[in-house]
Design a protein around this ligand. Structure first.
Ligand code: ADP
Length: 803
């Protein structure tokens, strides 16, 4: 451990304490038993203890030096003692005196910590006990040392020990409180002039009393007033607190010691030491009494203050509470009425305190019941409305009634009953509850409100329709009544989990069923939402009967299946029919060929023309049959999708079509690259450009091809300045076999646009046209730009979902 030198400040402090200790010790030693240094009056003990308590253990050298020097000089003044024993004895006595203060401070801190020992009665008792113990330290070390060096005979030891001990005790009892109690401010600022006058008067009578006892001015012989002095110090304790008590004790001890020392007064007996010892016992008792009284008073004051603060706090809590608080005594009179009560009922506190509660807030028709209830309570100590949350009508000062929620509870207070009530206006809440009830009652879905235990609190009209139970049959029953037996157990545990963290949500799970009163199960969908109410969190369940939807879904699935198989059949049929139709056609064509070859001359010109016609019709039938096959294969036969540069593809299509001289075909914008089946895309352009060329009726035919982005699509257009199409046919031309030409007159089959529409739509695009008769037509169609593959996947998924 590193040794630290005391600071300059500490050094000054130690020196000052040494000086004070030395001076007071020298004074004490003047009253010491001869050649013992044991004095019945020993102020240094009180000073030393106060300093250690106030400044800490570090000032111990001050005590040691002061004590050493005081004893040393006293012994020296005897003149006949050798220097070595003087030094040793003085040192040991100094050790005893120092240890006494240190031990005392240690013990006291251990017991009461850093509290002022004079503030509480119990602490003062501990202080007193500490003093008795600590003083034994010096009283043992000092006299024992003196005895062993032969300063006095063994027989004197008990007297010396006791004198030493008592001197130290009284020194502490009288002086330590002065130091500890006298902390600034010396005079409390709330002391009035009257208080100073009282002090003066007190001092005057104190002096009179002292004079009566020890007096030189007046003296009553033979009557001892000495114990009346105690009254004065007690009075001081009562009126002036710790400071007053300790000052009075100090004054008293100064006066009595002075007089007794001079052989005056009631404490004087034969030997001076004995006189002083008796006096010191008296002072110790007086000091103890007065400081104990002051501590008790202080305790009481604190308790009262705490009580007052508690009351204040309670009052504040009640005043700032959101609820009205009303107190009533046994007679039924109002005793408390807080701010909220004033606001709720319109009566001021001072107007209602002391008036019967019934006359103020209870509507006339309930007053008799109120008095009866009160009587019943005193007869049986039971009250059906006590300690419960109730909803009742209350009367406002203006005469109207309103709904309140209230709780009344009785308390026993100072031997009689008091009734406390907390009230709250619930008009608004009731209205909201009513509105909610209405909404629930007339909701288009079945709705039930369930409490935390799973009991049904409310069920609306629709519940009866869906489950067959009436409202009355369900209220109070467990919600599981509406759950099929096989789900009940799980439902109960799920319900508990939901109640722990209720949030609005649909009930998860694919298949939910309710149980009808007649035992059948109903497929349902359920949504849950928590509703906060004064009775806790309730859960509102909205239940939708989805039986019809389920059936409809079933029906749709059935239809889709049927259509699928019909489609399948049709496709097969188309294939067979086309195939079978082609065979006789081929037969006809062969017969026509034979006729042409073998009978051309016999048939003549007319016959030859007819044979030509037959041939043409056979070819058209071929084309028709191919068209049907083609059409039915779109969306069935999947070609491989790949990147197609439309600039190349469209150019190829135009080349194949070989437009005549008078028709120009222009691609007006750069065309995109798309991801699709090239065969199908070629069919789109071939048909649309082909039609534009085929139906061109102008000497200067102009066909234009354009493309522009349109959201996630490309929008293509093919416009011509041909004959145009009347708006009546905008829809029709996209249908199968619809042509605007007479079939026997032209080569049109009416399949081209139907095929194009089917292809475009199979990619998720659409097709339409704008046209004016005589001016020309523009065909528009869109194709997805993000890639046909992505679209195709989405389409398939969609179809799956629809099924
Ligand atoms: P087809 O060309 O074999 O008759 P389409 O389905 O391709 O069959 O066309 C249906 C009808 O629409 C045609 O018969 C024709 O009258 C009309 N049409 C198609 N394209 C044009 C066009 N560019 N200008 C005028 N009429 C058209």
């Amino acid at each position: 451990m590193k040794l630290r030198l005391p600071s300059f400040r500490t050094l000054v402090l130690i020196t000052a304490i040494a000086a004070i200790y030395y001076a007071s010790a020298r004074f004490g030693l003047t009253l010491a038993l001869e050649r013992t240094n044991a004095s019945p009056v020993w102020p240094p003990s009180g000073i030393a203890f106060a300093f250690v308590l106030l400044l800490g253990y570090r000032i111990w050298p001050g005590i040691a030096i002061g004590a050493f020097l005081a004893n040393l000089t006293t012994f020296l003044s005897y003149g006949d003692v050798a220097p070595i024993p003087i030094i040793v004895v003085s040192s040991l006595i100094a050790v005893g005196n120092t240890l006494e203060a240190i031990c005392g401070a240690f013990l006291l801190r251990l017991w009461i910590g850093s509290r002022n020992p004079f503030d509480h009665a119990l602490d003062y008792l501990r202080f007193f006990l500490t003093v008795l113990l600590m003083c034994a330290v010096a009283a043992t070390i000092g006299p024992t040392t003196l005895l062993s060096f032969g300063f006095f005979s063994k027989t004197l030891y008990p007297v010396v020990w006791f004198t030493w001990w008592l001197g130290d005790i009284v020194g502490i009892l009288v002086l330590t409180p002065i130091f500890i109690a006298w902390r600034p401010p010396l005079f409390p600022p709330r002391w009035k002039l009257r208080r100073y006058f009282e002090i003066l008067l007190f001092a005057f009578f104190f002096w009179i009393m002292a004079e009566t006892i020890f007096g030189t001015y007046f003296h009553v012989e033979g009557i001892h007033f000495k114990y009346t002095l105690i009254l004065f110090v007690i009075y001081a304790a009562f009126r002036f607190g710790q400071i007053g008590a300790s000052l009075a004790v100090l004054t008293l001890s100064a006066i009595t010691i002075w007089n007794t020392y001079h052989g005056i007064g009631p404490f004087v007996v034969e030997s001076q030491n004995e006189s002083l010892l008796i006096l010191q016992l008296f002072i110790a008792a007086t000091s103890f009494t007065s400081l104990f009284v002051s501590a008790v008073l202080n305790d009481q004051k604190n308790t009262e203050e705490k009580l007052r603060q508690d009351q204040e706090r309670t009052h504040l809590i009640l005043e700032t509470a959101n609820d009205a608080f009303i107190g009533m005594d046994e007679k039924g009179d109002i005793t408390d009425w807080n701010r909220q009560a004033q606001m709720l009922f319109g009566w001021l506190r001072e107007e209602v305190i002391g008036r019967p509660l019934a006359g103020v807030i209870i509507p006339h028709r309930y007053r008799e019941a109120h008095w009866k209830g009160l009587k019943h309570f005193f007869a049986t100590h039971e009250g059906p409305i006590l300690n419960k949350r109730l909803e009742l009508s209350a009367l406002h000062r203006k005469g109207h009634e309103f709904l309140v929620e209230l709780t009344v509870w009785p308390i026993r207070f100072e031997g009689s009953y008091r009734f406390n009530a907390v009230l709250r206006d619930i008009t608004e809440r009731k209205r909201a509850e009513e509105r909610l009830k209405q909404v629930i009652e007339f909701a288009p879905n079945a709705m039930v409100m369930v409490n935390q235990e799973g009991k049904i609190m409310l069920a609306n009209q629709m519940v009866e329709k869906v489950f067959g139970y009436s409202h009355e049959e369900l209220v109070g029953k467990p919600i599981e009544t509406l759950v099929p037996h096989r789900f009940r157990e799980k439902h109960e545990s799920d319900r508990k989990v939901f109640h722990q963290q209720p949030t609005a949500r649909p009930v998860a799970g694919r298949e939910l069923y309710g149980l009808h009163k007649n035992g059948t199960e109903i497929p349902v969908e359920i949504g849950l939402s928590p509703v906060e109410t004064p009775d806790g969190t309730l859960v509102l369940a909205a239940i939708i009967d989805i039986s019809e939807r389920k059936q409809a879904e079933k029906r749709v699935a059935q239809f889709v299946k049927e259509i699928e198989s019909a489609n399948e059949e049709l496709r097969g049929f188309a294939h067979i029919v086309s195939h079978d139709l082609k065979a006789p056609l081929r037969g006809i064509a062969t017969v026509v060929e034979w006729l042409m070859n073998d009978y051309r001359a016999k048939l003549g010109k007319k016959g030859e023309e007819w044979l030509e016609l037959i041939n043409e019709r056979v070819n058209l039938s071929h084309t028709l049959i191919d068209g049907i096959l083609e059409y039915s294969s779109v969306g069935q036969v999947k070609g491989k999708a790949r990147e197609i540069d439309l600039n190349v593809l469209v150019r190829e299509v135009i080349d194949v079509l070989m437009p005549p001289e008078n028709i120009s075909v222009e691609v007006e914008s750069t065309l995109p690259t798309i991801h699709a089946d090239p065969v199908r895309i070629r069919q789109i352009f071939q048909n649309l450009i082909g039609n534009a060329i085929k139906y061109m009726d102008k000497p200067n035919g102009k066909i234009k091809i354009r493309c522009e982005p349109d959201g996630a699509y490309w929008k293509f257009s093919i416009s011509d300045n041909g004959p145009g199409i009347s708006e009546n046919y905008f829809e029709k031309i996209f249908q199968m076999f619809q042509t605007l030409q007479r079939k026997d007159k032209s080569k049109s089959t009416g399949i081209g646009l139907a095929l194009v529409k089917k292809i475009v739509e199979s990619y998720g695009g659409s097709i339409w046209l704008e046209s004016k008769v005589g001016e020309g037509s523009t065909f528009y169609f869109t194709l997805p730009s993000k890639g046909a593959v992505v679209y195709e996947e989405a389409r398939q998924q969609n179809e799956i979902r629809r099924i």
